[in-house]
Design a protein around this ligand. Structure first.
Ligand code: NAD
Length: 476
């Protein structure tokens, strides 16, 4: 049994304990027990981290591609060695099942190894000019990065926030979520133990708005990387704009799922139901609005309800549990408010709709159908274990519903009709679109949205290039 570790910040390689700083109490969402005390940075801590990051950039920008690859591969090996400990810590602080947190470690391993390869492929180009003149297009690391990682993927988000800047030759100050800090620290520790200079990778925690304002006000920081809600993303983008900092913004979604009459309903449900309730629905690409054609609507809704009822909810540490608690008390509160509003407006509650037990932030897998479009839950990201299933007849109306909201992160479609697949792929306004699958991520493919879901990408060569800037050198 892994014990939850002592918490600290990491500044200039030093583990900064609570001391006389303010504290955030970390709570196990399955038991509501306080499992750790996290120091919160004061202004002096943040200034120190900034000064170190400036030095760190000067060191790490001069590293060779091979050095960066060696650090990333070394960290990947250490994550594999430490997989079980990291997974257990993440389940303790975030709630999701051990099966899920083990996969998160593997996602990071894949990403770090992919970036290790990409460091060798940062090409520029040279243009031949008359009389020996030439123009060279080169890439340089953007500079010190301030990276903010949320709590829903306590291992995977920090992996993304750290991996790309390290691969590019940037220094990074990461502020991961105060609610799930130990997993983030464990990932940074793997990089440091694999040889990342202590100045190049640091972790601070604090009052989020204080930390982001402080870091983004500093001219030392040249890039903001944020994953979280659209509201906070817009606020941070404005702060970054004051100093023209580059930004990568991975924001909210409201994933539409188009299900057409020609599908094998059971086959689709076998994939979509576990997809919906993964991480208790606290996933930015979660399938949320099920836009289902007339001919299969009743069977789809009834099958969804039957499968949702069968999901085993419990402590993510326990064998056989399929869905853990929600990560914090704000989420079940939000679920109750949004579901209550939808039902008041006429939505039909197929199953769930309430908390489970009186200890831990457990919420029942929920299915709502015939949900009016003016219900809050049809417009705001629910970020919870709720499927919204509505009936449509025409393809045009289904596409219009998919594109109705200002979000554009991930969308899913199920149909055997090849011509329709092509049309959907063209018409649906999202950064990621799935045809007959839910597998939308991989280390080698860009992950990101359009519209209010943000801009820029993580993963893929694009994730690395997002931490670099172009310089063109003209020589006479
Ligand atoms: P929130 O919007 O306050 O926080 C979301 C994340 O942003 C947290 O990790 C938080 O620490 C961070 N944050 C908040 N204010 C910040 C600031 N001023 N500067 C820097 N970081 C800041 O709310 P929450 O209750 O934690 O989550 C609620 C909503 O956030 C969810 O409903 C969901 O829409 C969204 N969310 C999205 C993702 C994602 O993967 N895109 C992840 C977590 C939360």
């Amino acid at each position: 049994m892994t014990n939850y570790p002592e918490l600290h910040m990491i500044i200039d390689g030093e583990k900064i304990p609570v001391g006389d700083r303010r504290v955030h109490k970390v709570v196990n969402p399955a038991t509501e027990e306080v499992i750790g005390e996290l120091p919160l940075a004061d202004a002096a801590d943040l200034d120190r981290a900034l000064e170190v990051a400036e030095r760190g950039f000067k060191i790490w920008r001069n590293s060779s591609a091979q050095e960066r690859a060696a650090v990333l591969q070394g960290a990947a090996r250490l994550m594999l060695e430490r997989q079980e400990d990291i997974a257990r810590i993440a389940t303790m602080e975030q709630g999701k099942t051990l099966a899920e947190t083990r996969i998160e470690v593997l996602m990071n391993v894949g990403l770090f190894n992919f970036y290790a390869g990409e460091t060798q492929r940062i090409y520029g180009r040279q243009l031949v000019r008359p009389a020996g003149m030439r123009s060279s297009v080169t890439y340089e690391p953007v500079g010190p990065v301030a990276a903010f990682a949320p709590w829903n993927f306590p291992i995977g988000n920090p992996g993304r926030k750290l991996g790309a800047p390290v691969a590019a030759g940037c220094s990074v100050i990461m502020k991961a979520a105060e609610e799930a800090p130990a997993s983030a620290l464990a990932i940074l520790q793997c990089l440091l133990d694999a040889g990342l200079p202590k100045e190049a990778g640091q972790a601070v925690f604090g009052v989020p708005d204080e930390v982001s304002r402080h870091l983004l006000a500093s001219p030392i920081i040249r890039k903001l990387s944020f994953t979280g809600s659209t509201v906070v993303g817009k606020h941070l983008a404005k702060l970054a704009a004051e100093d023209m900092k580059r930004t990568t913004m991975e924001l909210g979604g409201h994933g539409p799922v188009l299900v057409f009459d020609d599908v094998d309903v059971d086959g689709v449900l076998d994939v979509m139901v576990p997809g919906k309730y993964r991480n208790a629905g606290q996933v930015c690409v979660s399938p949320t609005r099920f836009i289902v054609q007339d001919g299969v609507f009743d069977r789809f809704r009834d099958g969804f309800i039957e499968r949702a009822k069968a999901i085993k909810v419990g402590n993510g540490m326990d064998e056989g549990v399929q869905m853990g608690p929600m990560a914090n008390p704000r989420r079940p509160d939000a679920m109750q408010r949004m579901i209550g509003d939808a039902v008041t407006r006429g939505a039909k509650l197929g199953t769930g709709g309430e908390r489970i037990g009186n200890q831990g932030y457990f919420f029942a897998p929920t299915v709502l159908s015939d949900v009016p479009l003016d219900a809050e839950i049809m417009n705001e990201e629910p970020f919870g274990p709720v499927a919204l299933i509505n009936r449509f007849s025409s393809e045009d109306d289904m596409i219009a519903e998919a594109n109705r909201l200002p979000y554009g992160l991930a969308a899913y479609s199920w149909t055997k009709d090849a011509a329709r697949q092509k049309r959907l792929a063209r018409e649906i306004e999202t950064g990621m679109f799935c045809v007959n699958t839910t597998m939308l991520g991989g280390p080698d493919t860009p992950f990101g949205g359009v519209k209010w879901s943000g801009h820029g990408h993580e993963d893929g060569p694009e994730g690395l290039m997002a931490c670099m800037v172009l310089k063109t050198v003209h020589e006479g």
